[in-house]
Design a protein around this ligand. Structure first.
Ligand SMILES: CC(C)(COP(=O)(O)OP(=O)(O)OC[C@H]1O[C@@H](n2cnc3c(N)ncnc32)[C@H](O)[C@@H]1OP(=O)(O)O)[C@@H](O)C(=O)NCCC(=O)NCCS
Length: 292
């Protein structure tokens, strides 16, 4: 076992592709996003790889972010079960030593065998819901609201909206503007605003992504950050924004659509999506270790 380096990335991508083929992970992030995510990553301190006969057979990358629950880490491990468990243990150990309050590991459903030995507990199902791009749901504007996008909405508003709409989401961790809209197409970053006071009420972000070796019709329209401020909920805003972003994603070339949702969402976010034709396509599990 040794620390990983940025030069390992092509071989890591190969390993991660095998993880998807074996059903252990849901998808390989595309290279562009990966480079963005890993631009300032401390490989020496926060990663390990396992090599066998010149091949990388296991990897772990630990990412951390501050949250109201304390520092939250994500332990991204890959490899056959024994190597996987060893690397998860390393990642959880690092998280604890670095003072994290929560370490999370995402695995395919039923594939978390033995993770208890790393001090982890199964806490939630995590779903990917998919939809074909035909028969898109009707776009139903909500009276009293207008729709805007990042071609006109001033920068800075997305971060504020994301952090306010997701404040009551499980394991919420604040995000910065760049992470929410970043270099995404401005016409796919949607915001509902009140007609009377021009104040933001809900957001939804879309992006068109291609995933290697993935059975979904490519490219995929990925929908994220679907959030409505509490005082504007249950009026149809999320339904409107998701229907609108679906149509825009189709026009931008997406041939299927996907989103991720907490399988125990207290506001039953999956019902919003189910009513719009999305179905659970991949089930993952969230395992956690927590320290007071
Ligand atoms: C999930 C969320 C985006 C829904 O936004 P919304 O604007 O209230 O959604 P809509 O008004 O379009 O609701 C559509 C359907 O969702 C379901 N729904 C929404 N809120 C619900 C709740 N609190 N309880 C049960 N069902 C709910 C209902 O089926 C509703 O249909 P109905 O109006 O016929 O009852 C909003 O609750 C939210 O921002 N939550 C916090 C962030 C979050 O969890 N986002 C989802 C991440 S995947």
């Amino acid at each position: 076992m040794r620390a990983g380096t940025a030069e390992d990335l092509p071989r890591l991508m190969e390993l991660w592709r095998q993880e998807v083929a074996a059903g252990r992970q849901d998808m390989v992030p595309n290279e562009h996003n990966l480079h963005r995510m890993l631009a300032r990553f401390d490989w020496e301190a926060k990663s390990r790889v396992v090599e066998e006969g010149g091949r990388i057979v296991g990897s772990v990358l630990v990412m951390s972010r501050p949250s109201p629950d304390g520092t939250l880490t994500n332990v991204y491990a890959a490899g056959e079960p024994p190597v996987f468990r060893r690397l998860v243990e390393w990642g959880v150990g690092l998280s604890r030593a670095a003072g994290a309050s929560v370490a999370q590991v995402f695995v395919g459903k039923g594939l978390g065998d033995g993770l208890e030995s790393a001090g982890l507990k199964l806490v939630r199902p995590w779903w990917r819901m998919d939809r074909a791009m035909d028969d898109l749901p009707a776009i139903a504007p909500v009276p009293g609201y207008d729709l805007a996008d990042a071609t006109t909405v001033p920068p800075g508003s997305w971060e504020d909206m994301f952090n306010r709409t997701f404040a009551d989401h499980w394991r919420f961790a604040p995000r910065g503007e760049g992470e929410i809209v970043g270099d995404r197409a401005p016409g796919l970053c949607l915001m509902a605003i009140t007609r009377a006071r021009r104040s933001p009420a809900g957001i939804t972000i879309g992006e068109v992504e291609s995933y290697d070796g993935d059975p979904r019709p490519q490219p995929v329209g990925l929908i994220s950050s679907v959030g409505t401020l509490p005082e504007h909920r249950r009026r149809g805003l999320a339904t409107w924004l998701v229907a609108e972003v679906l149509a825009r994603l189709r026009d931008a070339g997406a041939r299927s659509a996907s989103l991720y949702v907490d399988g125990m969402s207290p506001v039953m976010a999956y019902d919003v999506y189910r009513k719009m034709g999305f179905q659970v396509a991949r089930e993952a599990e969230v395992w956690e270790a927590t320290w007071p």
